[in-house]
Write a protein of this length. Structure first.
Length: 300
């Protein structure tokens, strides 16, 4: 279960024990600190909470920025991303976590605000239900309104150059993260998100995510198949599982529409789970639910 989107009525450090009480032996989470370089005290507190609860951390996001205000990753923000790599890999190594998720980031000019956070200044924060809401902006609104050639309008030469530059930076940073992750036997995964909730996120299909992965060209960089996001973009998730299972490093599930538990929407989850037979990793429950009964569907 994903500790960042479920049990959000509890303080973060109490959620591992709640997961264990609910019958889970494995958990995943987004980056649970408000900066890339949390204090040793905060890192130890999280590690102790996991170990005391007896749950295995199986997937961890790299620092993705201010998610509540629209950030969706730091791959194109070199200084902040690189500051986080060794911290995240170190925490993952101590907890036996072998999947690290690198969200690409919003690539529109000016979309990612600078974060002046000194090392050690971060502290644990609680991620409230729905905190991963999209930035309050319409699709394309991050671009200048002018359509004069070279102005930065969608499709302009300037915009293409900016996007290409971001891609080069992202690929280089992914390669660096993958090399460090390899030191602990971990895989770095790249995720596509739906554009309805994430209008400035450039990877909205498995094909686009796999293109980035191919550019990195390292065996321990794979696809994070978030089936909710892909299905919401109209992708054939059953076909993806049939043809690309060997390229998937991690799977996450929620139902569409609504991002609730499997069976709450219209996705064919009985067939989806059947098609996961050749996938050997964990399946992360990254859905929203308030109140009791969050896991009753597992008994159905």
């Amino acid at each position: 279960m994903n500790l960042s989107i479920l049990f959000t009525d509890l303080p973060l450090l109490e959620r591992p024990a709640a997961a264990a009480e609910a019958g889970f032996t494995a958990v995943e989470m987004w980056w649970p600190f408000d900066g890339p370089t949390p204090s040793d005290r905060d890192l130890r507190a999280l590690q102790s909470a996991m170990e005391d609860a007896g749950v295995q951390l199986v997937a961890l996001n790299f620092d993705a920025g201010d998610m509540a205000n629209g950030d969706r990753g730091m791959l194109t923000q070199t200084d902040r991303f690189l500051a986080n790599v060794d911290v995240a890999v170190g925490l993952a190594g101590r907890l036996g976590c072998r999947i690290l998720n690198a969200l690409y980031g919003n690539t529109a000019p000016g979309s990612a605000r600078p974060h002046n956070i000194a090392p050690g200044s971060a502290h644990l924060h609680n991620i409230a239900p729905g905190s991963a809401r999209p930035h309050n902006a319409a699709p394309g609104s991050a671009y200048p309104s002018s359509t004069h050639p070279g102005s930065g309008a969608p499709g302009s030469a300037r915009t293409r150059d900016v996007d290409a530059g971001h891609r080069r930076v992202a690929v280089a940073n992914l390669a660096h993260a993958a090399k460090r992750a390899a030191d602990i036997g971990a895989t770095v995964v790249v995720e596509a998100l739906n554009s309805h909730e994430n209008p400035r996120y450039p990877l909205t299909s498995s094909r686009q995510a796999l293109e980035v992965i191919d550019q990195v060209g390292m065996d321990n960089v794979k696809l994070l198949a978030d089936l909710y996001h892909l299905h919401r973009m109209g992708e054939d998730v059953l076909g993806l599982l049939d043809t690309q299972a060997h390229r998937i490093g991690h799977v996450q599930v929620a139902d569409d529409p609504g991002r609730g538990y499997p069976g709450s929407g219209r996705m064919p989850y009985t067939e989806i789970f059947n098609r996961l037979g050749t996938y050997e990793g964990y399946v992360g429950l990254e859905y929203r639910h308030e109140g009791p009964g969050a896991f009753d569907w597992r008994n159905g």
